[in-house]
Design a protein around this ligand. Structure first.
Ligand code: UDP
Length: 243
């Protein structure tokens, strides 16, 4: 693999959080391979800048614990199923990323050694230093959490400078921009405002963990081609959540 030029961006190490639904395209369920490949290319374009990249991918396109428990399943078991769903998504993205020539490791919070590496912090840091993308899967390994919290936890542990939260829209709005034409995008917003106004950036425990560790969250559109790279280049549109 060719050496990449040193990063000229403000960021040396970031964590990209995407929901499982970002991988399903218009299908309404599961994995849509062309969409997975498109996201892999977005990640590669930032990797090409020399930025070290962690990823956390949700599992909502396959299974959510809350859904299972609403249907009568025992909650903890349903949450483990949700965590396993995130591993499937991580493996799909790993495969697509490696097809683009970017080396990648899936690292799970629940041991499954035949499938992926277990989470060992210092080993993951070494992978990042070697410019391998680390995809952290199986959430935090604990039920009753979400992958948003897992993303915040891992971003702190890996000393990422920010979480990049890829969504369908290019930032945080005062109301749903899909339903309201006059919705206004915030350039910046504080963690406390996100919590008090229920702005829905990430769940409350994830926001609180980011706030307590002063970890900025950058909300941007993953549907916008080149959107991730544009922010690193200093030209993109986004909302920054900070203290
Ligand atoms: N999950 C969990 N603990 C974690 C992370 C995830 O139990 O630390 C389970 C939970 O059931 C959740 C599911 O995995 O519903 C999928 O994750 P999430 O809902 O965060 O996925 P996303 O909405 O981002 O696709």
């Amino acid at each position: 693999m060719p050496d990449t030029a040193p990063s000229e961006t403000a960021f040396k190490r970031v964590l990209l959080k995407i929901s499982g639904e970002a991988l399903m395209g218009d299908q309404g369920y599961g994995l849509h391979p062309p969409t997975v490949e498109r996201i892999a290319k977005e990640v590669k374009s930032v990797h090409d800048l020399g930025v070290e990249i962690c990823m956390v991918i949700g599992g909502g396109n396959i299974f959510r614990g809350l859904q299972g428990s609403a249907q009568g399943m025992e909650r903890t078991t349903a949450d483990y199923m949700g965590m396993l769903a995130t591993v499937m998504n991580a493996l799909a993205v790993q495969s697509a990323l490696e097809k683009t020539g970017v080396y990648c490791r899936v690292i799970t919070a629940i041991r499954m050694d035949e499938v992926a590496e277990p989470y060992i912090r210092r080993r993951a840091v070494r992978h990042l230093e070697k410019k391998r993308v680390c995809i952290f899967a199986a959430g935090t390994g604990n039920p009753y959490f979400t992958t948003d919290t897992a993303a915040t936890l891992r971003a702190n542990e890996m000393a990422c400078e920010a979480i990049f939260k890829g969504t369908k829209v290019d930032g945080v709005y005062d109301k749903d921009p899909v339903k309201h034409e006059d919705a206004k995008r915030f350039e910046t917003v504080t963690y406390d405002e996100v919590l008090a106004k229920h702005l829905g950036v990430m769940d409350a425990s994830a926001i609180a963990l980011a706030r307590d560790n002063n970890l900025p969250i950058i909300v941007f559109s993953l549907d916008e081609p080149g959107g991730f790279r544009a922010i690193l280049d200093g030209t993109g549109t986004y909302t920054k959540v900070h203290s």
